[in-house]
Design a protein around this ligand. Sequence first.
Ligand code: NAD
Length: 286
Amino acid sequence: MKIGFIGLGNMGGHMARNLAMAGHEVTGFDVAGVTAEGVAQAASSAEAVAGADVVITMLPNGQILRAVATEVIPAMQANACFIDCSTVDVESARAVAADWPLSVDAPVSGGIGGADAGTLTFMAGGSEAAFAIAAPLFEIMGQKAVHCGESGAGQAAKICNNMILGATMIVTCEAFALADKLGLDRQKMFDVVSTSSGYAWTMNAYCPAKGIGPQSPADNDYKPGFAAELMLKDLRLSQQAAEAVDAATPLGEHATQEYAKFVEGEDGMGKDFSAMLPRLSAMKRG
Ligand code: NAD
Protein backbone atom coordinates (compact mmCIF):
# COMPACT_ATOMS: atom_id res chain seq x y z
CA MET A 1 0.00 0.00 0.00
CA LYS A 2 1.17 3.57 -0.68
CA ILE A 3 0.97 5.66 2.49
CA GLY A 4 1.49 9.40 2.96
CA PHE A 5 2.44 10.13 6.59
CA ILE A 6 2.33 13.72 7.94
CA GLY A 7 3.89 14.48 11.34
CA LEU A 8 6.98 12.37 12.10
CA GLY A 9 7.48 13.49 15.73
CA ASN A 10 7.85 11.40 18.89
CA MET A 11 4.90 9.19 18.00
CA GLY A 12 4.55 9.51 14.22
CA GLY A 13 8.20 8.72 13.48
CA HIS A 14 7.92 5.29 15.09
CA MET A 15 4.51 4.58 13.57
CA ALA A 16 5.68 5.47 10.05
CA ARG A 17 8.81 3.35 10.49
CA ASN A 18 6.75 0.34 11.60
CA LEU A 19 4.54 0.67 8.52
CA ALA A 20 7.61 0.86 6.26
CA MET A 21 9.20 -2.15 8.01
CA ALA A 22 6.00 -4.12 7.36
CA GLY A 23 6.51 -3.58 3.63
CA HIS A 24 4.37 -0.53 2.90
CA GLU A 25 5.66 2.25 0.67
CA VAL A 26 5.66 5.21 3.05
CA THR A 27 6.37 8.83 2.09
CA GLY A 28 6.52 11.27 4.99
CA PHE A 29 6.55 14.98 5.66
CA ASP A 30 7.21 16.98 8.82
CA VAL A 31 7.69 20.75 9.00
CA ALA A 32 10.61 20.18 11.39
CA GLY A 33 12.47 18.31 8.62
CA VAL A 34 12.66 15.09 10.69
CA THR A 35 12.21 11.73 9.00
CA ALA A 36 12.01 8.07 9.95
CA GLU A 37 13.81 4.88 8.98
CA GLY A 38 12.54 3.41 5.73
CA VAL A 39 10.35 6.46 5.01
CA ALA A 40 10.90 8.52 1.84
CA GLN A 41 10.97 12.25 2.52
CA ALA A 42 8.62 14.59 0.63
CA ALA A 43 9.07 18.35 0.28
CA SER A 44 5.50 19.16 1.40
CA SER A 45 2.35 17.55 2.82
CA ALA A 46 0.71 17.70 -0.61
CA GLU A 47 3.67 15.91 -2.19
CA ALA A 48 3.61 13.21 0.53
CA VAL A 49 -0.03 12.31 -0.15
CA ALA A 50 0.04 12.42 -3.98
CA GLY A 51 -0.88 8.95 -5.28
CA ALA A 52 -1.28 7.52 -1.76
CA ASP A 53 -3.95 4.91 -0.93
CA VAL A 54 -3.94 6.04 2.70
CA VAL A 55 -2.98 9.32 4.36
CA ILE A 56 -2.06 9.27 8.05
CA THR A 57 -1.57 12.35 10.22
CA MET A 58 0.02 12.50 13.70
CA LEU A 59 -0.01 16.19 14.64
CA PRO A 60 0.05 18.35 17.78
CA ASN A 61 -3.53 19.70 17.79
CA GLY A 62 -6.83 20.27 15.97
CA GLN A 63 -5.90 23.63 14.50
CA ILE A 64 -2.82 22.15 12.81
CA LEU A 65 -4.82 19.10 11.71
CA ARG A 66 -7.41 21.34 10.02
CA ALA A 67 -4.67 23.35 8.27
CA VAL A 68 -2.92 20.19 7.06
CA ALA A 69 -6.23 18.65 5.92
CA THR A 70 -7.02 21.80 3.91
CA GLU A 71 -3.66 21.48 2.22
CA VAL A 72 -3.68 17.74 1.50
CA ILE A 73 -7.31 17.02 0.59
CA PRO A 74 -7.07 18.66 -2.86
CA ALA A 75 -3.93 16.58 -3.52
CA MET A 76 -5.44 13.21 -2.47
CA GLN A 77 -6.60 10.64 -5.00
CA ALA A 78 -10.35 10.01 -5.06
CA ASN A 79 -10.63 6.72 -3.12
CA ALA A 80 -7.86 7.38 -0.57
CA CYS A 81 -8.57 6.99 3.15
CA PHE A 82 -7.62 9.77 5.62
CA ILE A 83 -6.63 8.49 9.07
CA ASP A 84 -5.90 11.04 11.79
CA CYS A 85 -4.14 9.52 14.81
CA SER A 86 -3.54 12.82 16.67
CA THR A 87 -5.43 13.67 19.84
CA VAL A 88 -7.65 16.61 18.87
CA ASP A 89 -11.02 18.14 19.72
CA VAL A 90 -14.12 16.27 18.55
CA GLU A 91 -15.21 19.18 16.32
CA SER A 92 -11.94 19.19 14.35
CA ALA A 93 -12.26 15.43 13.80
CA ARG A 94 -15.81 15.91 12.51
CA ALA A 95 -14.80 18.87 10.33
CA VAL A 96 -12.16 16.76 8.56
CA ALA A 97 -14.69 13.95 8.08
CA ALA A 98 -17.18 16.42 6.60
CA ASP A 99 -14.57 17.46 4.02
CA TRP A 100 -13.37 13.90 3.32
CA PRO A 101 -16.00 11.26 4.19
CA LEU A 102 -13.64 8.27 3.80
CA SER A 103 -11.84 9.20 7.00
CA VAL A 104 -11.16 7.80 10.46
CA ASP A 105 -10.33 9.67 13.66
CA ALA A 106 -8.09 7.23 15.50
CA PRO A 107 -6.31 8.65 18.54
CA VAL A 108 -4.05 6.27 20.40
CA SER A 109 -3.08 5.24 23.85
CA GLY A 110 0.22 3.59 24.73
CA GLY A 111 2.65 6.52 24.47
CA ILE A 112 6.03 6.71 22.76
CA GLY A 113 6.99 3.22 23.98
CA GLY A 114 3.84 1.77 22.44
CA ALA A 115 4.45 3.63 19.17
CA ASP A 116 8.00 2.28 19.04
CA ALA A 117 7.01 -1.30 19.88
CA GLY A 118 3.90 -1.30 17.67
CA THR A 119 1.63 -1.97 20.63
CA LEU A 120 -0.65 1.07 20.57
CA THR A 121 -4.40 0.93 21.19
CA PHE A 122 -6.49 2.76 18.56
CA MET A 123 -9.91 4.24 19.32
CA ALA A 124 -11.56 4.80 15.98
CA GLY A 125 -14.49 6.82 14.66
CA GLY A 126 -15.79 6.72 11.10
CA SER A 127 -17.73 4.57 8.63
CA GLU A 128 -17.40 0.78 8.44
CA ALA A 129 -15.81 1.20 5.00
CA ALA A 130 -13.13 3.58 6.29
CA PHE A 131 -12.43 1.44 9.37
CA ALA A 132 -12.02 -1.65 7.18
CA ILE A 133 -9.25 0.10 5.21
CA ALA A 134 -7.53 1.34 8.37
CA ALA A 135 -7.76 -1.86 10.46
CA PRO A 136 -4.81 -3.77 8.89
CA LEU A 137 -2.59 -0.71 9.44
CA PHE A 138 -3.74 -0.44 13.07
CA GLU A 139 -2.66 -4.09 13.43
CA ILE A 140 0.88 -3.17 12.37
CA MET A 141 1.13 -0.06 14.56
CA GLY A 142 -0.80 -1.44 17.52
CA GLN A 143 -2.18 -4.40 19.39
CA LYS A 144 -5.82 -3.38 19.59
CA ALA A 145 -8.29 -1.22 17.67
CA VAL A 146 -11.83 -0.49 18.80
CA HIS A 147 -14.32 0.91 16.30
CA CYS A 148 -16.20 3.28 18.62
CA GLY A 149 -18.80 4.67 16.20
CA GLU A 150 -19.18 7.45 13.66
CA SER A 151 -16.73 10.32 13.10
CA GLY A 152 -15.58 11.92 16.34
CA ALA A 153 -16.30 8.80 18.42
CA GLY A 154 -12.60 7.90 18.60
CA GLN A 155 -11.71 11.32 20.00
CA ALA A 156 -14.68 11.16 22.38
CA ALA A 157 -13.45 7.80 23.74
CA LYS A 158 -9.91 9.11 24.12
CA ILE A 159 -10.80 12.23 26.10
CA CYS A 160 -13.27 10.37 28.33
CA ASN A 161 -10.60 7.77 29.10
CA ASN A 162 -7.98 10.40 29.83
CA MET A 163 -10.34 12.43 32.00
CA ILE A 164 -10.72 9.31 34.17
CA LEU A 165 -6.94 8.83 34.10
CA GLY A 166 -6.15 12.41 35.16
CA ALA A 167 -8.65 12.52 38.00
CA THR A 168 -7.68 9.03 39.17
CA MET A 169 -3.99 9.86 39.18
CA ILE A 170 -4.62 12.90 41.36
CA VAL A 171 -6.66 10.98 43.92
CA THR A 172 -4.16 8.11 43.95
CA CYS A 173 -1.41 10.64 44.75
CA GLU A 174 -3.61 12.32 47.36
CA ALA A 175 -4.10 8.97 49.06
CA PHE A 176 -0.32 8.37 49.27
CA ALA A 177 0.28 11.91 50.59
CA LEU A 178 -2.44 11.42 53.21
CA ALA A 179 -1.18 7.94 54.12
CA ASP A 180 2.34 9.33 54.66
CA LYS A 181 1.03 11.93 57.09
CA LEU A 182 -1.02 9.27 58.90
CA GLY A 183 2.15 7.19 59.34
CA LEU A 184 0.94 4.40 57.04
CA ASP A 185 3.74 2.59 55.22
CA ARG A 186 3.53 3.11 51.42
CA GLN A 187 4.09 -0.56 50.63
CA LYS A 188 1.30 -1.60 53.01
CA MET A 189 -0.99 0.98 51.47
CA PHE A 190 -0.20 -0.46 48.00
CA ASP A 191 -0.72 -4.04 49.20
CA VAL A 192 -4.17 -3.16 50.52
CA VAL A 193 -5.44 -0.76 47.85
CA SER A 194 -4.15 -2.72 44.84
CA THR A 195 -6.26 -5.69 45.96
CA SER A 196 -9.21 -3.75 47.38
CA SER A 197 -11.96 -1.56 45.97
CA GLY A 198 -9.61 1.43 45.58
CA TYR A 199 -7.58 -0.37 42.92
CA ALA A 200 -7.01 1.51 39.71
CA TRP A 201 -4.58 1.47 36.78
CA THR A 202 -2.83 4.45 38.38
CA MET A 203 -2.18 2.38 41.51
CA ASN A 204 -1.72 -1.14 40.18
CA ALA A 205 0.10 -0.57 36.87
CA TYR A 206 1.63 2.93 37.12
CA CYS A 207 2.12 3.50 40.83
CA PRO A 208 3.21 7.12 41.48
CA ALA A 209 5.29 6.13 44.54
CA LYS A 210 8.95 5.27 43.99
CA GLY A 211 9.91 1.66 44.68
CA ILE A 212 6.30 0.50 45.01
CA GLY A 213 4.46 -1.73 42.54
CA PRO A 214 5.71 -2.40 39.00
CA GLN A 215 8.40 -0.20 37.38
CA SER A 216 6.96 3.22 36.55
CA PRO A 217 8.23 6.78 35.91
CA ALA A 218 8.32 7.26 39.73
CA ASP A 219 11.32 4.90 39.68
CA ASN A 220 13.04 7.07 37.08
CA ASP A 221 12.84 10.52 38.71
CA TYR A 222 9.42 11.14 37.12
CA LYS A 223 10.84 11.38 33.61
CA PRO A 224 7.90 10.83 31.22
CA GLY A 225 6.22 8.37 30.50
CA PHE A 226 3.23 10.51 29.86
CA ALA A 227 4.12 14.15 30.42
CA ALA A 228 1.99 16.35 32.69
CA GLU A 229 1.54 18.87 29.85
CA LEU A 230 0.05 16.16 27.60
CA MET A 231 -2.34 15.21 30.38
CA LEU A 232 -3.27 18.90 30.67
CA LYS A 233 -3.89 19.05 26.91
CA ASP A 234 -6.23 16.03 27.06
CA LEU A 235 -8.06 17.32 30.16
CA ARG A 236 -8.63 20.65 28.42
CA LEU A 237 -10.05 18.80 25.40
CA SER A 238 -12.41 16.96 27.76
CA GLN A 239 -13.59 20.28 29.21
CA GLN A 240 -13.98 21.85 25.77
CA ALA A 241 -16.15 18.87 24.76
CA ALA A 242 -18.12 18.96 28.03
CA GLU A 243 -18.86 22.63 27.52
CA ALA A 244 -19.98 22.04 23.91
CA VAL A 245 -22.57 19.45 24.95
CA ASP A 246 -23.43 20.92 28.39
CA ALA A 247 -22.15 17.90 30.37
CA ALA A 248 -21.39 18.22 34.10
CA THR A 249 -17.82 17.03 34.79
CA PRO A 250 -16.92 18.53 38.18
CA LEU A 251 -13.97 16.23 38.88
CA GLY A 252 -12.70 16.53 35.31
CA GLU A 253 -12.86 20.31 35.71
CA HIS A 254 -10.98 20.20 38.99
CA ALA A 255 -8.34 17.83 37.62
CA THR A 256 -7.81 20.25 34.71
CA GLN A 257 -7.23 23.12 37.14
CA GLU A 258 -4.75 21.08 39.20
CA TYR A 259 -2.70 20.06 36.16
CA ALA A 260 -2.84 23.65 34.83
CA LYS A 261 -1.37 24.93 38.13
CA PHE A 262 1.26 22.18 38.12
CA VAL A 263 2.36 22.68 34.49
CA GLU A 264 1.91 26.43 34.03
CA GLY A 265 2.36 27.87 37.52
CA GLU A 266 4.85 25.43 39.07
CA ASP A 267 7.56 23.02 37.91
CA GLY A 268 5.42 20.31 36.32
CA MET A 269 6.38 20.93 32.69
CA GLY A 270 8.45 18.02 31.36
CA LYS A 271 7.69 15.77 34.32
CA ASP A 272 5.58 12.66 34.22
CA PHE A 273 1.94 13.22 35.17
CA SER A 274 2.44 10.99 38.23
CA ALA A 275 4.76 13.67 39.69
CA MET A 276 1.54 14.94 41.26
CA LEU A 277 2.66 12.82 44.24
CA PRO A 278 5.77 14.84 45.28
CA ARG A 279 3.74 18.01 44.53
CA LEU A 280 0.92 16.98 46.86
CA SER A 281 3.32 15.63 49.50
CA ALA A 282 4.90 19.09 49.73
CA MET A 283 1.53 20.86 50.04
CA LYS A 284 -0.50 21.70 53.11
CA ARG A 285 -4.28 21.67 53.37
CA GLY A 286 -6.14 24.84 52.33
P1 NAD B 1 5.38 15.77 18.55
O1 NAD B 1 5.30 17.24 18.81
O2 NAD B 1 6.61 15.03 18.90
O3 NAD B 1 5.09 15.49 16.97
C1 NAD B 1 4.23 16.26 16.17
C2 NAD B 1 4.98 16.53 14.86
O4 NAD B 1 4.12 17.24 13.96
C3 NAD B 1 6.23 17.38 15.06
O5 NAD B 1 7.37 16.69 14.60
C4 NAD B 1 5.95 18.64 14.24
O6 NAD B 1 7.09 19.19 13.61
C5 NAD B 1 4.95 18.11 13.23
N1 NAD B 1 4.14 19.15 12.61
C6 NAD B 1 3.57 20.23 13.19
N2 NAD B 1 2.88 20.96 12.29
C7 NAD B 1 3.03 20.33 11.10
C8 NAD B 1 2.57 20.60 9.79
N3 NAD B 1 1.82 21.68 9.52
N4 NAD B 1 2.92 19.76 8.79
C9 NAD B 1 3.71 18.67 9.06
N5 NAD B 1 4.17 18.35 10.29
C10 NAD B 1 3.83 19.19 11.28
O7 NAD B 1 4.11 15.14 19.26
P2 NAD B 1 3.85 13.59 19.58
O8 NAD B 1 4.28 13.29 20.97
O9 NAD B 1 4.34 12.77 18.44
O10 NAD B 1 2.23 13.59 19.59
C11 NAD B 1 1.48 13.63 18.40
C12 NAD B 1 0.01 13.48 18.76
O11 NAD B 1 -0.17 12.26 19.47
C13 NAD B 1 -0.51 14.60 19.65
O12 NAD B 1 -1.81 14.93 19.23
C14 NAD B 1 -0.51 13.97 21.05
O13 NAD B 1 -1.48 14.53 21.89
C15 NAD B 1 -0.83 12.52 20.72
N6 NAD B 1 -0.35 11.55 21.71
C16 NAD B 1 0.91 11.64 22.20
C17 NAD B 1 1.34 10.71 23.14
C18 NAD B 1 2.73 10.77 23.71
O14 NAD B 1 3.00 10.06 24.69
N7 NAD B 1 3.64 11.55 23.15
C19 NAD B 1 0.48 9.68 23.56
C20 NAD B 1 -0.79 9.59 23.00
C21 NAD B 1 -1.20 10.54 22.07
